[in-house]
Design a protein around this ligand. Structure first.
Ligand SMILES: Cc1cc2nc3c(=O)[nH]c(=O)nc-3n(C[C@H](O)[C@H](O)[C@H](O)COP(=O)(O)OP(=O)(O)OC[C@H]3O[C@@H](n4cnc5c(N)ncnc54)[C@H](O)[C@@H]3O)c2cc1C
Length: 231
């Protein structure tokens, strides 16, 4: 794990593309998933404030730290599998959108969600439910997320597969990878019918995976995803 303690070394990590500027004490760059999990567990035990960082192309200040540690996903860049029959890609969150498109193009595929800034990371696009010009035809990122692995703020891992855990009205019950049961009351407000990326996605009887898509890193860290791709 790469750890930077000098503010000069991480000045690029305390602002975003809209020039919102914050501050932190430490930059941590895990080189694999277990380092990330260990660091999150330690931070939780020590009540250390953590801000997760993708490509830093956000425009809302959401990825700008106010204190504590910035954890960058920039070394988690494995494309684990491209299944041409199933038309899916499984990958780590630090894969740059542009790099993914290049790899897919060589195989005759593309990933439809196309935010204009292609240096963003796939993890960032998922938690922002990003969309672009192609979304007029294909819809936003949400429509392409089949599975997510999420590291919760406790360091526990959650595996979510679309179609496998649904809320009952506004209540949902699910289990972490290690079997801890979690019960949640989902927020009750009406989502606008127009395109919207603000606030948590919430609907009666919704699929739990949709709560994490668009959650802007507030519910956990996306550490792996399986996404649909098109020819
Ligand atoms: C010129 C320009 C054009 C843009 N055009 C579009 C557009 O057309 N459509 C659009 O939707 N957006 C657009 N954006 C906004 C931005 O590029 C997207 O929202 C992008 O998805 C952010 O990804 P990122 O990796 O840069 O995230 P960051 O900016 O690093 O982070 C954004 C948020 O995601 C969280 N986060 C990042 N990675 C993870 C992870 N693995 N797990 C949990 N939380 C995480 C951060 O904590 C933060 O809250 C544009 C930005 C710019 C600068």
């Amino acid at each position: 794990m790469i750890i930077k303690t000098s503010k000069d070394e991480f000045s690029n990590y305390v602002s975003d593309a809209a020039n919102f500027r914050g501050d932190c004490d430490l930059l941590v760059i895990p080189e694999n998933k277990s380092e990330l999990i260990d660091f999150i567990k330690k931070s939780n035990n020590e009540k250390n404030h953590v801000t997760i960082r993708g490509g830093g192309t956000g425009l809302t200040g959401a990825g700008v730290p106010s204190r504590g540690t910035v954890v960058s996903t920039e070394k988690l860049i494995k494309i684990i599998d491209i299944d041409e029959n199933e038309k899916t890609v499984t990958l780590e969150p630090g894969v740059v959108l542009n790099d993914l498109q290049d790899v897919l193009k060589k195989r005759g595929f593309f990933y439809p969600p196309d935010p204009t800034e292609t240096s963003c990371f796939i993890g960032g696009t998922i938690v922002n439910n990003s969309s672009g010009a192609k979304s007029f035809k294909y819809g936003p990122t949400r429509n392409f997320v089949e599975e997510l692995e999420v590291i919760l703020p406790t360091g526990e891992v959650l595996n979510l597969k679309r179609g496998s855990v649904f809320a009952e009205n506004y209540q949902v019950r699910f289990f972490t990878y290690n079997g801890r049961e979690i019960r949640l009351d989902l927020p009750k407000y009406n989502m606008p019918n127009t395109k919207n990326a603000a606030g948590y996605y919430t609907k009666p009887d919704m699929d739990l995976i949709d709560l994490f898509i668009g959650s802007e890193g507030t519910l956990g860290i996306v550490s792996q995803a399986k996404l649909k791709i098109n020819r």
